[in-house]
Structures are given as C-alpha cells and as structure tokens.
Design a protein around this ligand. Structure first.
Ligand code: GLY
Length: 391
C-alpha cells in the first residue's frame, strides 16, 4: 500500500481520509494493515452513525443484533436513524445475559438471518454490551464465511474492552469463550450518553476493566483513576470520555502489536484467570464479569506481591483504590477446589501450569507460570477476607 493510500480509503472515485475526523468526537485507530478501523467516542452521537457508514460502505441493508433490554432503550434511535438515511434494518433480539453466548442462541441468530434473507452484502450492527458484541461478532465472522460488522457498545465494559480488538465468541457448557474467532469490526462507535441508563452494578463491573489498564500498562492512568474515582463512579462526562479514550487507546496499541494473543496481548488477562474461574463456579449467573475480575485482580495482585514482583507500597495503592469501589457481589460461597478445577480449563494454561498476567509494578506486567497451589490459595483467601469494604 502506498503512503497516500495508507491513511485514506478509496471509495467510489474519492479518497477519504482514514480515520475521518468528526467534530466533537474523539477518533482513534486500531492499526491492523488492511483491517485497520476507527474508534469514535462522543456523547449523544448514537443516531449519527449512518452518516459515517454511508460515506464508506455502499451497503443498503443491515441486521441489528441486540438484547431485549438494550433494544428497549436504544433500538428505536438506531433503527430510525438508519431508516431516515434510506437504509434498511432487520432486527434479531436475544435475551439479556451471559446465557445468550450459547451454541443454541448462536444457532437461533443464524436461523433468523437465513430466514430474513441476509446475504453477504449486508452489515451486522452489534448494539449492546459484551455479550451481544461477542455473539454478534462471532455470527458476523462465520455467517456465509464472514460479513462485516460494526460494534455499538452500550456498557462501560464493552466500551473500554470487549468491543475493541476483535475477540468474538460464545461459551461451551464446559468453559467460557472457547468457541470463537479473532474477527475485527469495521467501526467501533461509542456514545457515552448511553451509560446513564446502566445499573450501578454495571458501572462497577466496567470500572474493573478501566482500572486494569492503569495497573497493567500506565502508571499515569492508574493515578488518574485514583484522582477521579468519584467522577468515574458518577459518570461525569469529561472524566468518562477521557478514561474511555485512554482505555481504547491502550487496547488499540496492544492489539496492533499482537492481534492473536501470542505475546503482549496476554497482559490484558490480569485478574481474568481467577476472575473467569469465579464466574464459572458461580455459574455465570450471580456475578458480573467485571465484578469477578475485581476479585481476580485482588487475588492476582496478592500473588504478584508474594512472588516478589510487586512492592508492598504499590500493592497497598491497588487495594486502597479497590476499597473505594462499592462492590455488591461477594465470593464467600466459592470453594477453592472448585475454583482450581475451573482454572485448569483456562485457555492460557500450558504444560499443566496455570499462567497469570501479573503486575511487576504499576504500569508493567509479566506473564508467569505458577505451580504453587498454596500461593494461589493464600491469594484467594486474602481477596475474600480483605476485598470487601462496606459502603
Ligand atoms: N479482553 C481481553 C482481550 O481483548 O484481549
């Protein structure tokens, strides 16, 4: 690709700058050669997506995949904006919640699309949180060997993490996220105004991933989270836009270096080895993903401390910040043996060794294989006994 073409897309006879800057919106780019795509972050921009889509894609038909709750809030805004732009939208809805990332629900969505006559010249719109994004992305990756999709994330967690980077997939009854594909969206379109209809437990859950970026990649951003935790919890516009942009920027940089997680991308799993196992033991029902990641980060930070990676002062800062988060869901019912069993299904496990992304200091992360079960047991107990703070 020559230099001019690298930052422009040929559309019709016009070369359009890529990514196109849009007034009042932050624009970032995930650099993946010919699969590069923009991330747009704004407030009150939900209905403006068709204007951008029409510039880049000569497509007239869209299938919007969403869950019933999100669609109840934002379905009309999105569908009517597409219709007003002369574009056709069909809708497929799934029930809210992790259970929709199932083989049955995946088959249901494909069936609806086949019945509607969706063909390769359609685009999938994923309107929802992490569950919808993962499911719709996987549907898009496999329907007729792949059709384009656009992420319109509506939860904090999806806006800062799951909508960026192309991890799509569903769960198997035996393990989470084990059926899937790396499949990049064409656009990530973020409207922070939609966060205002989120339940507070969802905000807390998303904040886990926000703080994670500080711990694994940027000491300055961790500091920003410490300074602004109250504004983040109350979704103050400016602070939220800054935090979401920073998280997307970090994620874009990591994904650009290692799309398929053969190296640095694994650092994004800090808190997730224990966190995913907690979710599995709690049957994905009574705890949100981000809440489980909070508990997981606490346990894994304790492991890092005891392994001599993280110093006491930085460990205490992490615990102190976590104590400011009004967590609602505890892990008292989780039995350690069940947790270990669930962890052994982890995709990162190698040669029977569990692998963890562990902070070496604030902003720096290493991947370590761990065999010492007592270390994990003590860390889990630490989290259980010290993570909870009355609010
Ligand atoms: N959520 C972790 C990743 O996208 O790699």
């Amino acid at each position: 690709m020559n230099k001019t073409a690298k930052n422009k897309l040929l559309f019709g006879h016009a070369l359009i700058p890529f990514p196109l800057k849009i007034q009042n919106m932050k624009t970032l780019k995930v650099e993946l050669k010919d699969r590069s795509y923009p991330i747009y972050i704004g407030e009150g921009n939900l209905s403006k997506l068709p204007e951008l889509v029409k510039l880049f894609y000569p497509v007239k038909r869209f299938v919007l995949i969403s869950d019933k709750n999100v669609f109840g809030h934002y379905g009309d805004v999105v569908t009517s904006s597409f219709q007003a732009a002369g574009l056709h939208v069909e809708t497929v809805l799934v029930p809210p919640g992790e259970k929709s990332k199932s083989i049955d629900r995946y088959a249901y969505v494909l069936t609806q699309m086949l019945k509607t006559g969706v063909s390769r010249d359609w685009i999938v719109l994923a309107l929802g949180g992490g569950v919808v994004g993962d499911l719709a992305g996987f549907v898009a990756s496999s329907y007729m060997r792949g059709i384009p999709f656009i992420q319109i994330p509506t939860s904090l967690l999806a806006q800062v993490d799951s909508s960026v980077g192309g991890k799509t997939g569903i769960n198997h009854p035996l393990a989470k996220n084990v059926i899937g594909a790396f499949y990049q969206p064409k656009i990530v379109w973020i409207d922070i105004a939609v966060l205002r209809t989120m339940e507070s437990v969802e905000i807390v859950s998303g904040l886990a991933e926000v703080i994670k970026y500080g711990i694994i990649y940027s000491r300055d951003f961790f500091h920003f989270c410490e300074d602004n935790i109250k504004s983040l919890l109350s979704l103050k516009s400016q602070v939220c836009t800054e935090a979401i942009s920073k998280c997307c920027d970090i994620k874009a940089k990591i994904v650009a270096q290692d799309e398929k997680e053969t190296g640095i991308r694994a650092i994004l799993n800090f808190g997730h080895t224990v966190g995913h196992a907690i979710e599995a033991v709690m049957n994905y029902q009574s705890i949100r993903h981000g809440e489980a990641v909070f508990w997981g980060m606490l346990a894994e930070a304790h492991m890092a401390l005891k392994m001599g990676l993280l110093n006491e002062k930085e460990f205490d800062r992490i615990v102190a910040l976590f104590h400011k988060i009004p967590l609602k869901t505890g892990i008292n019912g989780v039995v350690f043996d069940d947790l270990m069993r669930a962890m052994r299904h982890d995709k990162k496990a190698k040669d029977n060794k569990l692998r963890f992304a562990l902070p070496k200091s604030l902003g720096e992360t290493v991947i370590e294989g761990v065999e010492d079960e007592t270390l994990i047991f003590n860390a889990f107990n630490f989290a259980r006994e010290n993570g909870w703070k009355q609010h």
